[in-house]
Design a protein around this ligand. Structure first.
Ligand code: KG4
Ligand code: ZN
Length: 338
């Protein structure tokens, strides 16, 4: 089965071709236009998707050496995401499906992130704990099989990626802030600032990062008012370690409580080097498998969308899916504050 997938939920225009679990192409085009504004501008995001969608889909099929006649089904992200962004991908996919008489599968973005570990390593055992950490989400899932999972906890305020982005902005770094913080933290002292680890001792699997952002703002304001030069590397290292401490502690507590066989991290923040190495060490200590998918499967991408569509088709969970002109609607979520 050959699936063409399209993902436009936020600010990446992505298309992929997956055949029987093998990723033949996975094209991701990131929109640099938002850097200038220090965050995503929804209207600009949808306009960029309009410009990019046809060439990106074409490039994905070309790289996979597959033409539309060889495509068995089309899959597309229906939510959550920005309304205008989702509309572009969904309408493009619907048009393609109608024109070429292909079944269309609307796929949930977070479900796709949480199975990206199985896209990376299909031999990964169930049950597993999956931490989805991105700019919009921070949740822990108990994954018991293909298409069967439950959410155990989520952030009460900011997502981890949002915390990285806001802290980066406070210390004068560009957007998205996560990769900048990750890079600068390597030469910083993570014990330089004593920053809060929200909810770390609470018995829930929920997160809170807004206190950390406020604490960093206070430190920055204090130093700026004294005219002290900001020790940016130390601030980055201290904030990153505070975030990673909470992510590792809660994820491993869930893994212990539910006695799972594997731990997966997914979403853009799972690219973070400290998170990857500390999560890997904690899993090894417990003798359980650990997967942090390659970058192209961690960030917003269409290969993960195709993978979930294929899993659903295989397991017969296609109720309401796969019609040529499905009546599904998009499921946007409100824009986070900058
Ligand atoms: O999953 P993603 O590409 O898009 C969504 O938010 O859905 O995640 C983007 C987020 C941004 O907040 C970005 O700062 C963060 O992932 N990020 C990182 C790193 N690379 C990307 N955060 C920390 N360390 C990184 N290396
Ligand atoms: Zn995402």
């Amino acid at each position: 089965m050959t699936i063409l997938a399209i993902e436009t939920s936020c600010d990446d225009t992505a298309a992929a071709v997956v055949r029987d679990g093998a990723v033949l192409s996975n094209i991701i085009s990131s929109q640099d236009i938002h850097d200038h504004y220090g965050g995503i501008v929804p209207e600009l995001a949808s306009r960029e998707h309009v410009k990019g969608i046809a060439p990106i889909v074409h490039a994905a099929m070309q790289e996979a050496k597959v033409d539309i006649d060889a495509v068995d089904a089309i899959a597309v992200t229906y939510g959550p995401g920005l309304a205008g962004s989702l509309l572009v991908g969904c309408h493009f996919a619907k048009g393609l499906a109608m024109r070429h008489a292909k079944p269309l599968y609307p796929i949930h973005h977070i479900e796709a992130h949480l199975y990206s570990g199985y896209l990376e390593d299909p031999t990964l055992p169930y049950p597993s704990i999956c931490l989805v950490v991105s700019g919009g989400h921070t949740s822990i899932f108990h994954v018991t099989g293909p298409t069967s999972y439950s959410v155990m906890g989520s952030t009460k305020d900011d997502a981890a990626g949002e915390a990285f982005d806001k802290i980066a902005k406070l210390v004068g770094l560009g957007y998205p802030g996560g990769p900048h913080v990750d890079r600068l933290a390597r030469t910083g002292n993570s014990a330089a600032f004593d920053l809060p680890r929200g909810l770390i001792h609470e018995p829930t699997y929920d997160f809170s990062f807004s206190g950390l952002k406020t604490a960093v703002r206070r430190e920055v304001e204090k130093m700026r008012s004294k005219g002290t030069e900001l020790p940016i590397e130390d601030l980055c290292a201290s904030a990153q370690t505070a975030i990673v401490d909470v992510l590792v502690s809660k994820t491993m507590r869930a893994a212990d409580d539910l006695k799972v066989n594997a731990v997966v991290i997914a979403g853009g923040v799972s690219a973070n080097s400290e998170l990857r190495s500390r999560m890997s060490a904690a899993a090894e200590q417990r003798g359980i498998a650990f997967v942090a998918p390659r970058l192209g499967y961690c960030v917003d991408n269409a290969a993960m969308i195709a993978f979930v569509a294929q899993m659903r088709i295989k397991s017969g969970m296609t109720e309401g899916l796969g019609e040529q002109i499905p009546s599904f609607s998009i499921e946007p979520r409100p824009m986070r504050s900058r």
